[in-house]
Structure formats: structure tokens, C-alpha cells
Design a binder for this molecule. Structure first.
Ligand code: AFP
Length: 339
């Protein structure tokens, strides 16, 4: 089968065709993953359409507001969550869901159960919605240990047990980035076809980057290694030019840029937030998986991020993600600091 995107766009590699191709490498596969993924994609298409018309549809109000008909309006993140939960349950391929929007893990009713666990943030970066900045959905997929005994433990697997992870970015175009553990591929939604088409095959992050990305407003609370690293970015001593600072404050957009252009994205621990801000299950793990699959690294300041074993579903972790050499430099600073 042909894996290459056709530059004349006459032989379209849709995401479904791509995943079916991948699946054909595993003769024992029964197509369950392809079905699950098509439901994730459906959720993303819905959110993309809702984000695009958010202003028009008056979706921007706070959850709890009422519209002129006196009906309660749903904020986009609440609506996105509902769509994903329903799409994932109706796929018949999931048994356990963890959503950023829901405090407790969701156990799928036995009548609809399958073998996959999906952890997701339906609309990450939602504080950026009202000003039209790129936002996204992030997800990770695990396999249940024993289909007959689904428990919360199944959602607390380390990142190195992920089967697949990805994100969908709702920006100037709608881009779906996916890894099933065999490299990273990017697909762009063709709105006229309603299909995601392979546009970024085999994404590899540059070995070293020229960009650093961090919320510098937290600098006064940073630890020594982070402070030193950022100082080196601004005032390099090795004769190289200073790095550029780019920070959107929307993880999907910041990671997408980092994957394509290289560099480092950081959300470190600090005095105020000793575990950082970002959520392990549905922000740190999926992005770490993608970063490693693209040839980069993901480091917490203490260890490889994917080896962390979560204790709680909404737990947080500090994270440094990016180009291999840039993360190596960060690791050296932590090692020198005795971490
Ligand atoms: P919101 O969903 O509240 O906008 O948070 C977005 C986010 O979880 C992640 O997407 C960003 O990388 C990070 O927070 C930005 O955090 P700061 O605003 O503290 O820089």
C-alpha cells in the first residue's frame, strides 16, 4: 500500500486509510483501534466546527449563563467534554475515560464496554478561546489489563504503557497529530471534504532548536536549573546567538510549534507550584509520547516523564519537552544541581 501523501492531491491519504494501513501490519488486529480513533476524530471535527463558529453561536459565554430563550448556555469546554464522552462511549471500544473536565473517572456501562482507556483534555487552553488564539484537544490511549475487571488502577498506568497519543489543534487550520508508537504523523482537515488528510508525514523534531517557550512571569519562583537555562538562552556564552522566546499559553499550539521548529517547552515546578501546573495523564504523558516518537525528549527535572507512575488521575507534573540536545542541556543543569 502507498503510505506517501500524493503531492498532486489525487491520491488522498485520509487518517482512516492511514490507520487501516497501520492496522494491516498486525494480522491479529480486529479493527477496534480504527473504530475508536474514528470516534476521537469525530469529536475533534465537532469541536473544530464549534470553535470556528463560537462567536456566531454565542458559545463564548460562561457556563451557567442563560440565552434569550432562557436556556442555559454551555461553554465550549463543557460542550466539548460532552461530545467526547458520548462519542467515546458510543464507540463501544472503551471501558474507562478520564477527562480534564470531570472530577471522577468515568466507567463505561458494561453494555458498551471495550478494551481501551482514553485519557483526554477535550479543550485545552480554553482561557484563550475568547481572543481567538489556537486551542486544542489532547488524548492518550491505553489498553485495559483485564477486560472483566476494570478498575481505577487501569487509568493510572505510566506513560510508557501508552498505545497511542495525539492532539488536535484548532487554529488557522485544524491539524490532527497522531502517534501509534511508530513515529508521528500530522493530518490537516480539508473542510470541503470533511476529512483529515496526511500533510505532515513522519514528523521529526530538529535535534537542536532556536526557541525557548515558558511563562516567564513565574521566573521569581523558579528553581536554579530553570533559571540558569533561561539565562543561557538569553545570554549564551558559547558564541551562538540568543534563542527566541515564543509562548502562546496554549499547550497544543506551543508543542505543535516545538515539534515542527524545534526548541524547548517548559512548565517547571516552582516555589508556588511544587508539581508544576500541567496534568500528567492528559497533558504531560501524551505530549511526552509524541515528543519521544518524533526524536525529542521529555524530562520532569528528575526523570524521564513517561516513566512516572501516576497516583491520582488529575495529578500534575513539571515538564521539559523538546529537541534532544536542548533537553540534554537541561538534564545536565539538573544533574549539576544534585537533583
Ligand atoms: P487553560 O486551559 O486554563 O487556558 O490552561 C492552559 C494550560 O493548561 C496549557 O495549555 C498551557 O500550556 C498552560 O496551561 C499555560 O499556563 P500559564 O497560563 O500558567 O502560562
Amino acid at each position: 500500500m502507498n503510505y506517501e501523501a500524493d503531492t498532486n492531491m489525487t491520491d488522498l491519504m485520509t487518517i482512516t486509510r492511514f490507520v487501516l494501513n497501520e492496522q494491516s501490519k498486525y494480522p491479529e488486529s480486529r479493527g477496534d483501534f480504527t473504530i475508536l480513533l474514528s470516534h476521537v476524530v469525530l469529536g475533534c471535527k465537532f469541536v473544530c466546527s464549534a470553535v470556528n463558529k463560537a462567536g456566531l453561536a454565542k458559545l463564548l459565554g460562561l457556563a451557567g449563563d442563560t440565552n434569550v430563550q432562557g436556556e442555559e448556555q454551555k461553554k465550549l469546554d463543557v460542550l466539548s467534554n460532552e461530545v467526547f464522552v458520548k462519542a467515546l462511549i458510543s464507540s463501544g471500544r472503551t471501558c474507562l475515560l478520564v477527562s480534564e473536565e470531570v472530577e471522577e473517572a468515568i466507567f463505561v456501562p458494561p453494555s458498551h464496554r471495550g478494551k481501551y482507556i482514553v485519557v483526554f483534555d477535550p479543550l485545552d487552553g480554553s482561557s484563550n478561546i475568547d481572543c481567538g488564539v489556537s486551542i486544542g484537544t489532547i488524548f492518550g490511549i491505553y489498553m485495559v489489563k483485564d477486560e472483566t475487571k476494570v478498575s481505577l488502577e487501569d487509568a493510572l498506568q505510566p506513560g510508557n504503557k501508552l498505545l497511542a497519543a495525539g492532539y488536535c489543534m484548532y487554529g488557522s487550520s485544524c491539524t490532527f497529530v497522531l502517534s501509534t508508537g511508530n513515529g508521528v504523523n500530522g493530518f490537516t482537515l480539508d473542510p470541503s471534504l470533511g476529512e483529515f488528510i496526511l500533510t505532515h508525514p513522519n514528523i521529526k523534531i530538529p535535534r537542536k532548536g532556536k526557541i525557548y517557550s515558558v511563562n516567564e512571569g513565574n521566573a521569581k519562583n523558579w528553581d536554579e536549573p530553570t533559571t540558569k537555562y533561561v539565562q543561557k538562552c538569553k545570554f549564551p556564552q558559547d558564541g551562538l546567538p540568543p534563542k527566541s522566546l515564543r509562548y502562546i499559553g496554549s499547550m497544543v499550539a506551543d508543542i505543535h510549534r516545538t515539534l515542527l521548529y524545534g526548541g524547548i517547552f517548559m512548565y517547571p515546578a516552582d516555589i508556588k507550584s511544587p508539581n508544576g501546573k500541567l496534568r500528567l495523564l492528559y497533558e504531560v504523558f501524551p505530549m511526552s509520547f509524541l515528543m519521544e516518537q518524533a526524536g525529542g525528549q521529555a524530562f520532569t527535572g528528575k526523570q524521564r516523564a513517561l516513566d512516572l507512575v501516576p497516583k491520582q488521575i488529575h495529578e500534575r507534573s513539571s515538564i521539559f519537552l523538546g529537541s534532544y540536545d536542548d533537553i540534554e542541556q537541561m538534564k545536565e543543569l539538573y544533574a549539576a544541581d544534585g537533583a
